[in-house]
Design a protein around this ligand. Structure first.
Ligand SMILES: CC(C)(COP(=O)(O)OP(=O)(O)OC[C@H]1O[C@@H](n2cnc3c(N)ncnc32)[C@H](O)[C@@H]1OP(=O)(O)O)[C@@H](O)C(=O)NCCC(=O)NCCS
Length: 385
């Protein structure tokens, strides 16, 4: 087959069409530049934009927020399940289990059309997906906060009406309403994490959807892909690295030794962005602002020197996980929640992609280049003795 293309890791391959976002010429969600969105909108507006294609009008946003609030409670059975699990499991694993479990409590789950989207079924599919997405947005956030508290012998905090999605999560985690700076900085991080074209977890969700499976299965698969250290898991490695370096004067020696050992510096490099990630620049400013407000400037000084060194010596630039890892630390968030927080934001993008894939589906099934043994006859068990 002469027209076959071999691209390990699918690097550079256009594997489908999307109208949700593009990384060409700077990240845009549905045509809006990420810098503009991070400056002028809140996470709920962005989630609505991703799911529905347009920014909401005020009444639409208010109704969307109310529906999120109505969906924030978890079934009692999920809390019972968590109490029966072995103690202190990784939160990403528990979130994956929770999403799978929550499917059975979603009245729309069984209605999802596990068949190709006929023109007459499109509108119904969109409505189902919108409701499923709202439940996932609300319940994944509550799940992360509630499980964290249960592990520490604390009761889950019921949602408080009138809070933004960002403030609500921080409130349900700590029992305290965050100050404006904390809320806004966290909100911007959610906006930046919400969507990123055909990244590994989104592509996983699309592959699962392409078999005409259901949205919950697709999100469970996406969570599995996201937790890996080369994807969402990177943000949990940032503060341990900064602590290991310890002070600005140690940066060069420490990195030199790491690179000599062929160790990856987490939070740097990107499959697509080879000259810098706009999102890292935006969130970097918020990390600096928070660091100053919290008196944590040592980490920022080390981080700046790490950036300079890797740019100069390896032409490597920070990705979004680099500032996110610091920002979440300045917000006092526990490190094991950093990747789950990425997930509870990215679920908006995943749901938008699931719907898009289903609406114009083609089974995703690439070929492999065979490198195994040459043809050989089977030797029976007796003959192998
Ligand atoms: C994200 C990532 C997997 C993309 O990698 P990729 O497109 O497959 O790039 P490659 O692995 O081919 O790397 C190209 C070169 O840059 C180097 N490189 C890339 N990222 C690096 C990093 N974070 N630290 C050290 N070296 C890195 C590689 O070692 C390789 O060098 P070589 O050509 O001398 O062998 C990679 O940059 C990485 O592992 N980053 C750290 C994890 C991370 O931050 N993930 C979050 C992504 S948003």
């Amino acid at each position: 087959m002469s027209n076959e293309i071999y691209a390990p890791g699918l690097e550079g391959v256009i594997a489908g069409e999307t109208a949700i976002s593009t990384v060409e010429g700077g990240l845009r969600y549905r045509g809006y530049a990420i810098t503009d969105l991070a400056e002028k909108t809140r996470y709920e507006e962005v989630a609505y934009l991703l799911l529905h294609g347009e920014l909401p009008r005020p009444a639409e946003l208010e109704a969307f927020r109310q529906r999120l609030d109505q969906n924030r409670h978890l079934p009692r059975e999920l809390l019972q399940l968590w109490r029966s699990l072995p103690p202190a499991l990784p939160t990403m694993d528990v979130l994956r289990t929770a999403v799978s479990f929550l499917a059975h409590y979603d009245p729309d789950y069984r209605l999802w059309p596990c068949e190709s989207a006929a023109p007459t079924a499109l509108q119904r599919g969109r409505e189902l997906m919108a409701r499923i997405a709202e439940r996932l947005l609300a319940q994944m956030a509550t799940s992360v906060a509630a499980y964290y508290r249960l592990c520490r012998g604390l009761e889950p905090v019921p949602p408080k009406s009138g809070l933004s999605h960002a403030a609500q999560f921080l409130f349900q985690l700590t029992g305290e309403v965050p100050d404006d700076l904390a809320e806004r900085a966290f909100d911007v991080s959610l906006i930046l994490y919400a969507e990123h074209e055909f990244n590994a977890s989104t592509f996983t969700a699309r592959v699962i959807t392409s078999t005409l499976s259901d949205p919950y299965s697709a999100i469970v698969g996406a969570l599995g892909a996201l937790k890996g250290a080369l994807h969402g898991g990177a943000n949990e490695h940032i503060m341990p690295l900064l602590r290991r370096i310890g002070k600005p004067e140690n940066v060069e020696g420490c990195l030199q030794a790491m690179l000599a050992r062929k160790e990856r510096v987490m939070g740097f490099g990107h499959r697509v962005y080879k000259t810098g990630d706009l999102r890292a620049a935006i969130l970097g400013q918020w990390a600096q602002r928070l660091a100053q407000a919290r008196g944590e400037t040592l980490w920022e000084a080390i981080a700046q020197r790490v950036e300079d060194y890797l740019r100069r010596t390896k032409n490597l630039f920070p990705n979004l996980d680099w500032p996110a890892g610091r920002l979440y630390y300045y917000l006092g968030l526990p490190v094991e929640l950093y990747t789950p927080i990425f997930a509870l934001s990215r679920v908006a993008g995943w749901c938008a992609h699931i719907l898009e894939q289903w609406q114009a589906n083609r089974l995703i099934r690439p070929r492999a280049r065979y490198v195994g043994p040459i043809p050989r006859p089977v030797v029976t068990l007796q003959e192998r003795s």
